[in-house]
Design a protein around this ligand. Structure first.
Ligand SMILES: [Zn+2]
Length: 234
């Protein structure tokens, strides 16, 4: 089962760095993707509610880092094109911590409980993106457990159930991470340099496609086509 999964972070009025897609660019990208691909909800894949929905054009769209600007600038576009995505939430943000955040987006506002409720009621999926957004392979066994298990409890306290999908901060894993993910989640997602294209090889170590602000229809098609062939795009 190869389903290309795209990764976004920040959506804002202007693109100020490689992690931030402007709302205008985002709208063009989502318009293209929604016309030319079958954008699946991760919930549908997890629960196999309607497996017939899985076609060769199937893709999934994900957002990392629980940025508030996703609510302000991405959500209206997703609603406009009726696209359902997954938001990977850093549990620490829900309790006012932001230790391990990337420097370029460290000062941006994060989602709160009400934002998560809004996303769920709009039909989106909530995933877990660790407790502190730390580089996981560097952590002790004890700290690592908190990143996978305590984080899921915190998110559960906010949304009423445990997320079933996990995205590794910075995309890197080790055997301990993969084991913890296997024990606690259905699927685990890496970034562009690690993990498998085929979700069946290891469902807890799936590669993703980085969407850049400058990606147009052609480059999105190219990246998705490389993924479907099981190879890294250049
Ligand atoms: Zn992240």
């Amino acid at each position: 089962m190869i389903i290309p999964i795209l990764m976004y972070h920040s959506i804002n009025l202007q693109s100020s760095n490689h992690l931030t897609v402007s709302q205008k660019q985002f709208r063009q990208q989502i318009k293209h993707l929604s016309i030319n691909y079958n954008i699946l909800s991760l919930d549908d894949i997890i629960h196999c509610k309607d497996f017939k929905k899985l076609t060769p054009e199937s893709i999934v769209i994900s957002f990392d880092d629980s940025l508030k600007n996703n609510i302000d600038y991405a959500l209206p576009i997703l609603d406009e094109f009726k696209v359902k995505v997954v938001f990977f939430v850093v549990a620490g943000h829900l309790i006012g911590e932001n230790r391990g955040d990337r420097k370029v987006i460290k000062d941006l506002k994060r989602m709160n409980e009400d934002d998560l409720d809004l996303l769920l009621s709009s039909g989106h999926t909530i995933g877990n993106h660790s407790l502190t957004h730390s580089y996981l392979p560097n952590l002790s066994d004890e700290m690592l457990e908190k990143e996978f298990i305590t984080s899921n409890h915190i998110i559960e306290e906010n949304i009423g159930f445990k997320p079933q999908v996990f995205a590794y901060p910075y995309g890197d894993t080790d055997q301990r991470c993969l084991e913890l993910c296997r024990e606690n989640f259905e699927y685990g997602f890496a970034t562009v340099k690690q993990g498998y294209f085929d979700w069946n090889i290891d469902p807890t170590n799936i590669r993703r496609i980085y969407v850049l602000p400058q990606d147009d229809a052609e480059s999105l098609n190219y990246k998705i086509s490389c993924y479907k062939q099981g190879k890294q795009h250049k």
